[in-house]
Design a protein around this ligand. Sequence first.
Ligand code: PLP
Length: 226
Amino acid sequence: MAGPSDQNTLERLNEVRAQIAVAADAARRTPDDIELVAVSKKFDADAITPLLAAGHRVFGENRVQEALDKWPALKRNWPDIELHLIGPLQTNKAKQAVGLFDCIETVDRPKLARTLASLRDSGLALPELMVQVNTGGEAQKAGIPPEEVDGFLDLCRGEHKLEISGLMCIPPIDEEPALHFALLEKIAKRNNLAKLSMGMSGDYQKAVALGATHIRLGTAVFGPRP
Ligand SMILES: *Cc1c(COP(=O)(O)O)cnc(C)c1O
């Protein structure tokens, strides 16, 4: 049953869509080229269902186990859901992740690339794959350092025959995100990658201005996380 907080979620979604349209227009882009990934981590099915009922289909989760608990049931009701993994993937969870997610945005090390390739070789269909770039070179953050991305992409595409669709980044919280978005765009362009997953609730307008094809919004859509 719809409650007042569902109404707020739909209002926030509409507000965000309006903001995306404004930012896209200013950058002479079409809003249709910007995918809103609604980041539903820590929200349960009751919070997610109103968005599905309203027609939204693209969601992001950062933990494999949490996603396995929530999404198989929702996917049975809405088979055209597109679920993105936006958090780190341990190789021992790779098989489950390949079975559930439609896009893994966080391919971030050779061992994971090798594991994904061997799952493909064993007959599994891989989801869309993106490479996470640690644009800020932060020790505690996942992702390939900027200066190693070209080599890592060669490894993925060459040796492992993995199809990589784009790049993803999470800028350091204390730095101007636009610098990181511009760096990600530059690395993607020189490697012929079309997709850019960048921009969160606090900075997605800047990401749209700098070419984001996927923006990952949690609090802007769902409100504060429980
Ligand atoms: C949680 C999360 C988001 C969404 O963050 P908000 O600030 O709530 O929009 C986006 N990307 C990643 C990788 C996340 O873990």
